[in-house]
Design a protein. Sequence first.
Length: 258
Amino acid sequence: MTFEQQEMFQKRLMNYSTLKSVQILSALAFFKKECGINDIAQLTNLSNSTIHRILHEFVSCGLAVKVGTKYQYGVMLRSLFEVITDDNYLLKVSELEMNRLNNLTKETVHLIVQENCDAVYLDKREAQNQIGLQSVVGKHVPMYCTSGGKALMAYQSQAWLDNYYTQTELVRLTETTITDRKKMADELAQIRKQGYALDNSEHNPDVVCVAAPVFFPDGKAACTIGVATPKYRMTREKMDLFIAESVRSAKAISENLK
């Protein structure tokens, strides 16, 4: 587990401070393989005695399996995972295009969805280069300064945008971050016109991204698919390719959703 992954998961689990069982279930799912009580305690900040008591109940009902002194999720929990995976049709219908775009560009490919006022990495294909990006599936990032986030914002109602601006401060993260609402309105209009969004090092000064929106049959934005690469590897020719192929992938996934 990387430090970034652990920090992200710890912050998420703090939201379940009164649901200790949910915290431990989430930890078992996160580790996937065998983990000890101390591992779970480090991730959840729960006491060892609390974890031990709940794990004992999980073992009794099949949610966990004890392997020596460690624990792993059990058959019942695995079955729940499979149901969730089967239902997550966005992952299924986008899989071929995620792989195609990754193999074509050799760069990091992201599938991004909206959760409240954030953009969230739903799926990822790692770059096929020596140096990739440290994004993590499940991580929340700002919408206003990422290509996927802006592509989702572009198809929201004005009422949604007004509410978004009351809850979200447009903080300048880099020299190119858009922090003015009028400029953002122009940016979103341009995204709708051209059918894709760019992140011109607006979130990370060393990264550039392109993303295109995927639509449900009713015309609402479902997610975005796009390419992210270190800035030093980007050329005009590559950008043109990434834009064209991201748009192509987004259209293909939208067709699959019909």
